[in-house]
Design a protein around this ligand. Structure first.
Ligand code: ADP
Length: 248
């Protein structure tokens, strides 16, 4: 059974805004360690779907479970973050005046732990975690660099690193390669691929070449529901998907 043992279970979820169904009987099952790409034309419901998973929007009907037992619909946004769902928005929000290292240190405590972190000394284990994440995101040689001086791509990786400091089980990443050079895109593909296995990762992305380069399984959203799901080859030869994209 596809639902058994999955990390994220979203079933029959619907949400309306002023009578308009932005999400319409959505089903989404993400396995532990899976890297899933979500694509779909503008207005398909991708942002609203992520808002539901992270607790920012509560659906009118349906169910959503995380790690099998955690009922996402009964939890607040901070509680869901605490439970291990991290979200990276499209626009980087690093502290520009702080170094790479300090941004990672601040992120370790989470959005509410900034003050305690500033006034306490790091232990060896915490320092190791920061070092390890810096290697993961390829910024180990920029530890003391002012974050505002990093390239666009490096800032995006730093922000992924900031999410990793909280050991999330599931990462939601919104348009990670928008505005990146080809080289930065390749590096981002490597990074996201390396995170899968250890974390479940959901990537919302418009760039089809990038999606092809990272995804085993792709979900196409259209009018708030899943239109198609499968490998990139299956998706691209699906007549219903072609219709939706040609009509855009
Ligand atoms: P996507 O991210 O795929 O572009 P969205 O989830 O942002 O799609 O939007 C899905 C649909 O829901 C769109 O038609 C959008 O206008 C509508 N929508 C989203 N959020 C709201 C809101 N807060 N109020 C009214 N309509 C909304």
């Amino acid at each position: 059974d596809i639902k058994n043992g999955c990390m994220l279970y979203v079933e029959d979820v619907s949400v309306s805004f002023d009578g308009f169904k932005a999400i319409n009987n959505l089903n989404l099952y993400i396995d532990e360690g899976e890297l899933r790409c979500i694509i779909g034309p503008n207005g398909a419901g991708k942002t609203t779907m992520m808002d539901i998973i992270t607790g920012k929007t509560k659906p009118d009907t349906g169910s959503a479970y995380f790690g099998q037992k955690i009922n996402l619909l009964e939890m607040s946004e901070p509680e869901i973050a605490q439970a291990g769902i991290g979200r990276k928005f499209q626009k980087p929000t690093v502290f520009e005046e702080q170094s790479v290292f300090d941004n990672l240190e601040l992120a370790m405590a989470g959005p509410r732990g900034v003050l305690p972190t500033l006034f306490s000394k790091l232990n060896g284990e915490q320092r190791d975690h920061i070092e390890q994440v810096m290697v993961q995101i390829g910024l180990q040689d920029h530890s003391m660099a002012r974050s505002g001086a990093l390239s666009h791509g490096q800032k995006q990786w730093l922000e992924i690193g900031m999410l990793l400091m909280q050991n999330p089980k599931l990462l939601l990443v919104d348009e990670p390669v928008a505005g990146m050079t080809h080289q930065e895109m390749d590096r981002t593909a490597e990074l996201l691929t390396s995170l899968a296995g250890k974390h479940s990762v959901i990537v919302v992305e418009h760039d089809m070449d990038f999606v092809r380069s990272i995804a085993k399984k792709v979900t196409v959203l259209h009018q708030g529901s899943v239109l198609a799901e499968g490998s990139m080859d299956q998706i691209q030869s699906n007549p219903r998907v072609k219709e939706v994209y040609l009509g855009e």
